[in-house]
Design a protein. Structure first.
Length: 130
């Protein structure tokens, strides 16, 4: 049986769905119980060879946003495990208006990572302390 990566259920795997800028699922998105979060994948500006900026759509445009966020989390706290980064991304997501999707919220997720790192060091953290 051939399985697509989106059908796998692993503790360190994030399957991403694609939305438009309004947070609505696109017609080309992945779907199902393995899709944990959704990110903008519709008309995303991209650079192509020669420096030209074009807009592309696809899950392949949504997934890099989540990969970028994971990289930021590891930059904030290099001791995170992949599973912890995954949990932060899911917990930092916000529900779509209809409540059917978890939309990636980079600012909220980064703040959660900073708070967790501060707690692990035995301190407290709030936005006003920065």
């Amino acid at each position: 049986m051939v399985r697509s990566p989106a059908s796998l259920e692993l503790p360190n795997l994030i399957t991403v769905g694609a939305t438009n800028q309004a947070g609505d699922a696109t017609t080309f998105t992945s779907y199902g119980k393995t899709v944990l979060v959704y990110a903008d994948g519709f008309h995303v500006e991209s650079s192509i060879p020669g420096g030209k900026i074009v807009k592309f759509s696809g899950i392949s445009m949504a997934s890099p946003a989540v990969t970028n966020l994971a990289a930021k989390l590891f930059a904030i706290d290099a001791t995170l495990t992949p599973e912890q980064a995954r949990t932060l991304i899911v917990e930092g997501s916000i529900p779509s208006e209809d409540g059917r999707r978890k939309l990636v919220d980079e600012s909220r997720t980064v703040e959660l990572a900073r708070i967790n790192k501060e707690k692990a060091r035995g301190g407290t953290s709030s936005s006003s302390n920065r």
